[in-house]
Write a protein that binds this ligand. Structure first.
Ligand code: AMP
Length: 297
């Protein structure tokens, strides 16, 4: 049976008991905002396979939502989430209220610079500061050895990695592959907002990312050339309203010169898109490499 903790005190006691019963056990942690799907389940299963104890958190964190974003209407279904978490093998679920997490408004902020300059860091001001605070608090409460994050939010992985490195948090950040629907749409709790027509047009995201490798391998293709082709492909879907299409060096997320030739660009690149369909903003991405040239590190 999954153990449900709603307060920090309950969580601390549950962890203390488990650690007393089996000294030295390894704890894996999966932070989520709930409305769980197979993407979340894949993180939980990976933690279960690699750790003695798996803790899942479900918390829709107001600090990471902008004033005109979807905090109030973010989908919630606690009973379904707990059933899926248990079926995936989680041992403890932590479900705090906003008041429990933030009895007073935090005066402490966490800002990870540079890796937040572009992508969602640029189009959602303050978002990653809110993520930094909540993930730090959750890490302090759970004290895991390993924490599992989906590559669906590739920039989030870069931010959390940098934060744990910079602040000497003794936690291994484990990035996990994006889980997709059979037709390619990346799973997201926000997919439930989509109308049937938006859902069908949203396929353009995964389709344009899938094409990018072969487009980029054509002779003479530049960074901007690839961005333009992907953007044009997305724009063929009438309901698509592009927030960004960007190609950055991965994992540092540093910009590339627009006229740089892809076949002469070494290392891995992150092609990331954010596109609105109606009121629903979807993100997707793919890691690509074009050059055979290897760099010595
Ligand atoms: P969320 O509940 O959306 O905050 O997501 C919680 C965790 O699940 C994050 O680390 C996400 O990157 C991850 N996640 C969300 N969707 C997917 C997906 N389709 N595949 C893999 N991981 C995902």
């Amino acid at each position: 049976m999954i153990m449900i903790c709603r307060t920090k005190q309950q969580l601390r006691e549950a962890l203390e008991n488990k650690r007393k019963q089996k000294p030295g056990l390894t704890t894996g942690f999966v932070p989520t905002m709930g409305y769980l799907h197979e993407g979340h389940a894949s993180l939980i299963r990976r933690s279960v396979a690699e750790c003695d104890l798996t803790v899942l958190s479900i918390f829709v964190n107001p600090l990471q939502f902008g004033p005109n974003e979807d905090f109030d209407r973010y989908p919630r279904d606690e009973q379904r989430d707990l059933a899926l978490a248990e079926a995936s093998g989680a041992d403890i679920a932590f479900l705090p209220t906003v008041e429990e997490m933030y009895p007073t408004k935090p005066l402490t902020s966490i800002t990870v610079d540079v890796v937040t300059d572009r992508l969602c860091g640029a189009s959602r001001p303050g978002h990653f500061d809110g993520v930094g605070v909540v993930v730090s608090k959750l890490f302090n409460l759970v004290q895991p050895q390993r924490a599992y994050f989906g590559m669906k939010d590739a920039q989030q992985v870069a931010v959390i990695r940098r934060m744990t490195d910079d602040l000497d948090m003794p936690i291994k950040i484990v990035p996990c592959d994006i889980v997709r629907e059979p037709d390619g749409l990346a799973l997201s709790s926000r997919n439930v907002y989509l109308s049937a027509e938006e859902r069908s047009q949203a396929l353009v995201l995964s389709q344009s990312l899938a094409k990018a490798k072969s487009i980029g391998e054509t002779a003479g293709k530049t960074v901007q050339g690839l961005i333009d082709e992907v953007s044009n492909h997305i724009r063929e879907s009438q309901l698509a309203d592009i927030d960004y299409v960007e190609l950055l060096a991965y994992p540092n997320l540093t910009p590339l010169a627009p006229n740089q030739l892809l076949l002469e660009t070494p290392g891995e690149l992150l092609l990331a898109v954010a596109v609105k369909f109606g009121r629903t903003r979807l993100i997707d991405n793919r890691i690509l490499s074009f050059s055979e040239v290897t760099i010595d590190v």
